[in-house]
Ligand binder design. Structure first.
Ligand SMILES: CC(C)(COP(=O)(O)OP(=O)(O)OC[C@H]1O[C@@H](n2cnc3c(N)ncnc32)[C@H](O)[C@@H]1OP(=O)(O)O)[C@@H](O)C(=O)NCCC(=O)NCCS
Length: 193
């Protein structure tokens, strides 16, 4: 997988991936996604296969606000590069590529980059069945969020970069054959982002 930041030329693929991964009530439409790519491309990570097919998409705005609220989804002006918190609106992998470690790799890239930038941490909301997926990266469950996005129940998860947070923690994802790919990609980090 080749990871870089989103560009406008990716919009068709991002829109299609979002639509296939989320319920129609939850998926961001093309206009919304366009606004995100226009306003905070540096906070949208896209992973491609060898044929430049988009297989993974992770991202959202950086905000001063510490909690993720529904009004942020449709309003790119919440994005503030000087903000402390990376909000994550989307984590998705193409259905035929799920379970191969791709989302974990892109999440780790996103986490590492935010830590390096000195942000306080990362906030996302997820459904109950995904809580354990995010806990593996060090996210803490803060309970049911006020979000009613798509009419679902969402849990707010927060990863805080404090003194005790070591991002090596993420390598607890053991027996993952994609770790080699990760190391390969890290060698390029900086030149491709
Ligand atoms: C949730 C989602 C993003 C995960 O993407 P993914 O690329 O399949 O994620 P990964 O492959 O990194 O991890 C998925 C699981 O496979 C496991 N896994 C990954 N690589 C593995 C490997 N080589 N061997 C064994 N297990 C592996 C992970 O540990 C993880 O297990 P878990 O579900 O018990 O936590 C994907 O299922 C998706 O797009 N779902 C639809 C959209 C959605 O619900 N997004 C989340 C919104 S909150």
């Amino acid at each position: 997988m080749f990871i870089r930041k989103a560009k406008m030329e990716d919009l068709d693929q991002i829109t299609a991936l979002e639509a296939v991964c989320f319920l129609p009530t939850e998926a961001a439409d093309r206009e919304r996604l366009k606004g995100r790519v226009e306003n905070f491309p540096e906070c949208l990570w896209v992973g491609f296969d060898d044929y430049m097919r988009l297989i993974c998409f992770v991202g959202g705005p950086v905000t001063k606000e510490a909690d993720l609220t529904d009004d942020m989804y449709g309003d790119p002006s919440y994005h503030d590069p000087q903000g402390d918190w990376q909000m994550i609106f989307t984590v998705c992998t193409a259905p035929d590529e799920q379970g191969k470690g791709y989302a974990s790799i892109v999440m780790q890239r996103m986490i590492r980059e935010n830590k390096a930038l000195g942000r306080k941490g990362i906030v996302l909301t997820c459904k109950k069945e995904k809580i354990h997926f995010y806990e593996k990266f060090g996210f803490m469950n803060e309970g049911i969020s006020e979000s009613v996005h798509g009419g679902a129940v969402w849990y707010q998860m927060r990863l805080t970069f404090d003194e005790e947070y070591h991002y090596e923690h993420m390598f607890d994802i053991s027996d993952n054959p994609y770790e080699n790919k990760q190391m390969f990609e890290e060698a390029f980090w900086g030149s491709q982002c």
